[in-house]
Structures are given as structure tokens and as C-alpha cells.
Design a protein around this ligand. Structure first.
Ligand code: DC
Length: 224
């Protein structure tokens, strides 16, 4: 039997990778891995256990007993921590920030690596995150890296949070996005960088339909 097909989509937060990964997975009938959700679940676990996020050893310790799973919902898959639906909690900016802090730790990344690789199933997987094409699935068949300016990303995140009923302030979001970019790009372990063989797509001036089309055309080109 041939190996499941893997498409990776990496990029900074708010670059649109989550929505694009969902659309492309649906279009191809592939499974979806939102790796950021796994880091957010880990952060939520650490926050709930009131662990000092600056203490790598303590954070890894609480991940020894890390019970998570995803269930297919109507739109997105629903994340569970200890059998509790935590969809809204993991989307909070505070959880995203905590995720970015603990994601700097090599021991945390090592702990979560296998959990991400286990998501690979036939006929294929669309995996989105920061290091899908560089570390988690370095042999992926197709790799994308999405870029979008911090201003545009803050606007998109604002719209997304409001639609989820979570209040937010654009200026504050932009400051948080810049901080998180800085941390994600400059960490020594799996920094946010395009894989050398990734197609870099700047989505700043394109809408979701246009980027989807561009990516699907590239997939069609490579696979036919
Ligand atoms: O994509 P996101 O905003 O849900 O990710 C939240 C944080 O998790 C992000 O700031 C960095 C971390 N993360 C990571 O380090 N590696 C990944 N593959 C996915 C997310």
C-alpha cells in the first residue's frame, strides 16, 4: 500500500493557514491536523495545573499525563482535554500566548512530536502549523509557507474572534501577534521558517478564495 499523501501548510498566526488547511483537506477528502491546537491544549493543561510557564521541567511534567482527543464537528474538529470540550478556551489569546511560550521548549516539542505524527492516515493529511514541513513531516509531498503582514493578520484574527463571540481589540491583537512572531521565529528549536522546498505564498492582498485557488492549482500541477 502506498504511503498516505502529506501536504503541509506552515505560517505565522493569523496567516490563514487554519482555514486554508480545512478547505484543502475537504477538497481532497484528506484528514486534517491543526498542530497549533495540540500546543494550545498543552498550554491549557499547564495553565489549569497552575504550572510556572517559565519552568520547562515543570511544564513537561504535567504533559506526562496529557489526555486529549479530537472529534469531528460540523465545521471543525472539536478538541477535548480530559474528555471536556475546550474549543473556546483554547482559542483565547491568553492560551495562544501560553502555547507560544511553552512551544519554545525542546522537551515539550519532543513530547508532542509523536502525537502529531500519529495523525497521518490514508488517504492523506493536510497538516498546519509552524514546523510541519521542516520537522514533523520533512518528507511531505507538497509544502506551503504562508506569509501575511502583521496588520492584516490582526484584522483577520479580530474578525475571527468576534465571530466566535470573543471580544478583542485590534491594536492589542497586533502587539500580541508581533510578540508571538518574534518568539516563534527566534526560538532555537523548530523556529518558524519556510522549508527550503516550500512554496511561499503571500496572502496579504488575497482573499481566502483566491489563496485556496492558488494552492489547489499548485497541488493539481504537482499531482498530474
Ligand atoms: O497556530 P496557533 O496560533 O494555534 O499556534 C499557537 C502557538 O503554538 C504558536 O504561537 C506557536 C505554537 N506552535 C508551534 O510552535 N508549532 C506548531 N507546529 C504549531 C503551533
Amino acid at each position: 500500500m502506498s504511503e498516505p499523501y502529506v501536504i503541509t501548510i506552515d505560517g505565522a498566526s493569523g496567516s490563514g493557514k487554519g482555514s486554508l488547511a480545512l478547505r484543502i483537506a475537504r477538497h481532497l477528502g484528506f484528514h486534517l491536523l491543526d498542530s497549533g491546537a495540540i500546543y494550545r491544549l498543552a498550554a491549557l493543561q499547564a495553565l489549569r495545573q497552575k504550572v510556572d510557564l517559565n519552568n520547562e521541567v515543570a511544564v513537561v511534567e504535567v504533559l506526562q499525563d496529557f489526555d486529549i482527543h479530537f472529534e469531528e464537528g460540523e465545521e471543525l474538529s472539536i478538541p477535548y482535554l480530559d474528555d471536556e470540550d475546550v474549543s473556546s478556551q483554547i482559542r483565547l489569546e491568553s492560551t495562544g500566548d501560553a502555547a507560544s511560550i511553552i512551544a519554545q521548549y525542546p522537551a515539550v516539542r519532543a513530547r508532542l512530536l509523536e502525537r502529531q505524527q500519529q495523525c497521518l492516515r490514508a488517504p492523506g493529511l493536510v497538516a498546519d502549523g509552524r514546523d510541519m514541513g521542516t520537522v514533523v513531516f520533512p518528507n511531505a509531498h507538497i509544502k506551503f509557507f504562508l506569509y501575511a503582514s502583521p496588520e492584516i493578520r490582526a484584522q483577520r484574527r479580530h474578525k475571527q474572534l468576534i465571530s466566535m463571540g470573543i471580544s478583542a481589540n485590534i491594536a492589542q491583537l497586533q502587539a500580541e501577534i508581533s510578540d508571538r512572531d518574534e518568539r516563534d521565529r527566534n526560538r532555537s528549536e523548530s523556529p518558524l521558517l519556510p522549508a527550503p522546498d516550500a512554496l511561499v505564498v503571500d496572502s496579504s492582498l488575497l482573499d481566502l478564495d483566491q489563496v485556496t485557488q492558488l494552492m489547489i492549482s499548485h497541488i493539481d500541477e504537482v499531482t498530474t
